[in-house]
Ligand binder design. Sequence first.
Ligand SMILES: Nc1nc2c(ncn2[C@@H]2O[C@H](COP(=O)(O)OP(=O)(O)O)[C@@H](O)[C@H]2O)c(=O)[nH]1
Ligand SMILES: [Mg+2]
Length: 379
Amino acid sequence: MSKLVNFIYWLRIFNALSEQKITMKKSAIFVIFNQSRHFSNVCRGLRTRPLEKLESKPNENEKVVKIAVIGPPNAGKSTFINKLLNHRICATSPKVHTTRTFAKAIGIRNNSQVILFDTPGLVTEKEMKKFNLSHEFVSACRHSIQHSDLIAVIHDVSKSWTRNHLHSTVLNTLKEYTNIPSILVLNKVDLIKSKRILLDVTKSLTQNTLLPKGFRRPKDLSKEEHQVKNDNEEVVGWPHFSNVFMVSSADGDGMSEVMKYILRHGKTKKWEYEKNEYTDLPPEELIVQSVRARLLEALPQEMPYLLKCEIEYFSEEKGHVFTSVLVTCPTERIEHLVCGTEKERIKHITELATSDLVQTFQKPVSLTVSLNSQRKKIK
Ligand SMILES: Nc1nc2c(ncn2[C@@H]2O[C@H](COP(=O)(O)OP(=O)(O)O)[C@@H](O)[C@H]2O)c(=O)[nH]1
Ligand SMILES: [Mg+2]
C-alpha cells in the first residue's frame, strides 16, 4: 500500500515539475524523497500563494499598519489574528506553544495593508527549558515589536488566577518599548458572566488610568492611589495603554472596534506585500503547523511535544493542494497511541487538519499523515 502511495507521489511530482517547466535530474529528485527537509526548498517554484503583482505605480492612498501581537502562551493571540483578518492563517490549539515560529499575517482593509506579527508567546527562562524553545524563538518576538506601529497585548480574562495582573514578560516588554503605542485587548470575554469582573480587571491592568465606555474614573486619585499592586507589593498593570478593548476572538465580538482603531495608526506608504499574499510562511510550514496543532489538541498532556512533524510531500496542481506529513514518534507505544484503535485517532486528526488547511489556502486540499517511530527506524 505504502509503495502505491509513494508511486502516486512520484507521478505527481513529475507532473508538477513538468507543468512548472522545472527541469531536474532524476538523481536530484531522489535526494528530495530521502531528505524531506530539502524538499520544501525545491517546492519554491510551486507556491500556493497567488502571485498577483501590485501595480508598480505608487498610490498615495496606500497605507501600511504593523501590529505586534504579544501576550503569554495560550492567551489567544493566533485566534485573535485569524478573527481580525477573517482568515485562518495562524495555527491555534488549547495547548501552550502551538506557535513556535514568528509569523506575519497580512490582510487588506480599505486602502490599508494590515500586517500582524503573531509572536510566539513571551516566555521566561524556565519555560524555555521546559518546552525546549530556542533563543531565536524569543528574539524573533522582540524583533517584531521594534518594527511595529502598535503593540496589542492579548490578555486572557477567563483564568481567575492570572487575570488580575499582566504577565511579567509582558510588563517588561512594555517598559522596553515605551516609544510604541500599546493597547490592551481583554480576550475570551465570552467566558465571563459578570461585567464587574471585567471592570476590576481593567482597573488593575491599566493602573486605574483607563476604564471602558460608561465607567467614570474618580478624578482626585493621587498618583500612588493609581498604582494597583499585588500581595507582594508588585505593580500589576501598565498605566500607558492608549486604549482598552474587550473581545471574544472565538465569536468575533468587539473585533470591528479593534480594527477601526488599528486602521487609525496606518502610515501612508506603499504596500509591502503583494495584494493576495496573506503570510510570509511557506505553505509547507503552514501545513506542518496545522497538523501539529491538531495533534496538540487531540493528545494528552506533554505527549504531543515529543512528536516531530515534517513535510514529506507538497505540490499544487490545477488549484488543488496535495501534501503529506510525516509524524515521527519517540517509541512504538506512542505511535500506537497517536494512531488509535483502527487508526480512528489519526484519521480524525487528518480530517480536522485538512479542513483547517482548506480555510487557509481557500482551495481543495488532499492531506496524508503518516506515522513512524524512531525505534523502528533504527532497527
Ligand atoms: N472561549 C474562547 N476561547 C478562545 C478565545 N480566544 C482563543 N481561545 C482559545 O484559546 C486557546 C489558545 O488560543 P491560541 O490562539 O492558540 O493562543 P496563543 O498561544 O496565544 O496563540 C485555543 O483553544 C483557542 O480556541 C476566545 O475569545 N474565547
Ligand atoms: Mg499562537
